[in-house]
Write a protein that binds this ligand. Structure first.
Ligand code: AKG
Ligand code: FE2
Length: 276
């Protein structure tokens, strides 16, 4: 079946029609890999894939990451489960780039909607390439050479994620194993060489070279700038939809506006390199 690419916005996003993710061959995979570079986040509507196939698709991009906090699918440890009835998912409501608290943040993720509430639960993605390109020139110049601290504690505050002493001990161990890391404020896409604004509210706590109050002011400005409507898209899920995003050049957030309704997502996270 021929595939067709429907662009969502000039700056970010495309839907790929005519692909069954159960039937991937080298040619289709090459098209998917190229589309990810071209559109930063790509979608496949209502796919019928199992966790193992989702992991295989993700593995075509690189080795897979095991998350230090989220639970995973039985027998497929590379697929994490985000289940609104079992977890506190409010961390995902902040705009964030996944796992930038690591020295080697993920290359990308493959997310599938397993159960979707009747109303709400949309996810947004914003382009870090567009964010950089639309900054005033003087700010762009100022940002080159700056570095920022990314800290897991920002998105997983202990009061919220540790209800029992056992949870607390576990989370403290995770924090110990994941001390704050430093990344460039503007990173370069390793393949396309595009400059990318690489800070997000979820994990970025400080611009290291600036005094605290100036760092806070600049970060607040950059967070707002990067997530403005003309740089982001909003995806309304149907069950089975699959999103793949390039985590090197995007940030995202998931709305938690569906009350006690049940929403389940499965995510495979692809290991990345040290940002430069
Ligand atoms: O639940 C979603 O739509 C996305 C959650 C999220 O931030 C993620 O999977 O990385
Ligand atoms: Fe995320």
């Amino acid at each position: 079946m021929p595939f067709e690419i429907e662009i969502i916005k000039p700056t970010i996003g495309a839907i790929i029609h005519g692909v069954d993710l159960n039937e991937l061959n080298t040619k289709t995979l090459a098209m998917i890999h190229q589309a990810l570079l071209d559109y930063q986040v790509i979608f496949f509507r209502q796919q019928n894939i199992l966790p193992r196939q989702q992991a295989n698709l993700a593995q075509s991009f690189g080795s897979l990451h095991k998350h230090p906090i989220f639970p995973h699918v039985e027998d497929v440890p590379e697929i994490i489960i985000l289940d609104s009835l079992k977890q506190d998912l409010r961390d995902n409501e902040l705009w964030h780039t996944d796992v930038t608290f690591s020295q080697t943040p993920p290359l990308g993720c493959v997310l599938q909607a397993k159960k979707i509430p009747a109303h709400g639960g949309d996810t947004f993605w914003a382009t870090g390439i567009g964010a950089f390109n639309t900054l005033p020139v003087d700010i762009r110049k100022k940002l080159f050479g700056l570095t920022a601290t990314h800290d897991i504690r920002q998105s997983f505050p202990i009061e919220r994620y540790a209800k029992t002493q056992q949870d607390k001990d576990k989370l403290l161990k995770v924090f110990e194993r994941n001390p704050p890391v430093t990344h460039p404020v503007v990173r370069t896409h390793p393949i396309t060489k595009a400059p990318i604004l690489f800070v997000s509210e979820g994990f970025t706590t400080q611009i290291n070279e600036l005094e605290a109050s100036e760092s806070q002011r600049l970060l607040q400005f950059l967070f707002q700038h990067a997530t403005q409507p003309n740089l982001h898209l909003r995806w309304q899920w149907a069950q089975g939809d699959v999103a793949i995003w390039d985590n090197r050049c995007t940030q995202h957030k998931a709305l938690f506006d569906y009350g006690s309704a049940h929403r389940i997502m499965h995510r495979a996270t692809i290991n990345g390199d040290i940002p430069f």
